[in-house]
Design a protein around this ligand. Structure first.
Ligand code: 13P
Length: 258
């Protein structure tokens, strides 16, 4: 089965809503100038919450083919949850995807596997496709705990009945460090995730789920990952803030020569 590659940019807590407008415009124009094949590759951006309305208005008005994601959502739909954002609001802003369980949320905000699971259910309720982020820390890697990302995926999706899912494998030691996993390392873990998903959740879901690699991805290293049979895209942090660099990452086929 062919899975449409997905190139996602996680802006994290960078770029205010005015900078977002300029960045989205430049990204779309750069891709349009290059006759980018949006049918063949999905390009997703995940700006901060306060940028989403500006980005959505611009994308709608200009007919840009960029897809919006949020960086998080509440496990609740509405009520007395100060500071939280409901999936219902995100769906109204045409967010098609939402990042869930990014390692920065797990570490800085102590998000547990249980909360990640509840957020996957919240995304499902509102028709938003979760991009579930998983990955082992340096200590876990050194201790040979290769099962960590697999267990995180299973905890997130078991008993959810979810039918559309994206997973991002982001080894924590490779995030923002410039220390990139080798394509072979990433492929091995991602293949393991897919096999476990097939064995323990659903074979059809495992077959169609896009599994991305993330961690210090740049235009000059993206091709190696996307040549791998199980790696269906990338989740890019720092390099997604530069529209030209991100557009070059999205144009990975030109680096591969296919
Ligand atoms: P960097 O690309 O900056 O390493 O960040 C990766 C990431 O955390 C994307 O979600």
């Amino acid at each position: 089965m062919t899975r449409t590659p997905l190139i996602a940019g996680n802006w994290k807590m960078n770029l205010d809503h005015q900078q977002a407008i300029a960045t989205v415009q430049k990204l779309a124009w750069t891709l349009d100038d290059a006759d980018f094949d949006y049918e063949g590759v999905e390009v997703v951006i995940a700006p901060p919450f306060t940028d989403l309305r500006s980005a959505q208005t611009l994308i709608d008005a200009e007919g840009f083919k960029l897809i919006l994601a949020a960086q998080d959502l509440s496990d609740q739909d509405h009520g007395a949850y100060t500071g939280d954002i409901s999936g219902e609001f995100l769906a109204k802003l045409n967010c098609q995807y939402v990042l869930i369980g990014h390692s920065e949320r797990r570490m800085i905000h102590n998000e547990s596997d249980q909360l990640v699971h509840a957020k996957v259910l919240a995304a499902k309720r509102h028709g938003i496709v979760p991009i579930v982020c998983v990955g082992e820390s340096l200590e876990q890697k050194n201790a040979g705990q290769t099962e960590v990302p697999i267990n995180q995926v299973l905890e997130a999706v078991k008993d959810t009945g979810i039918s559309e899912l994206v997973i991002a494998y982001e080894p924590v030691w490779a995030i923002g460090t410039g220390e990139v996993a080798t394509a072979e390392q990433a492929e091995e873990t991602i293949r393991g995730i897919r096999e476990s998903l097939a064995e323990q959740v659903d074979e059809g879901l495992a077959e169609k789920t896009r599994i991305l690699y993330g961690g210090s991805v740049k235009a000059n290293n993206v091709a190696g990952f996307l040549k791998m049979p199980n790696i269906d895209g990338v989740l890019v942090g720092g390099a997604s803030l530069d529209s030209e660099e991100f557009a070059n990452i999205a144009r990975f086929r030109e680096h591969i020569g296919v």
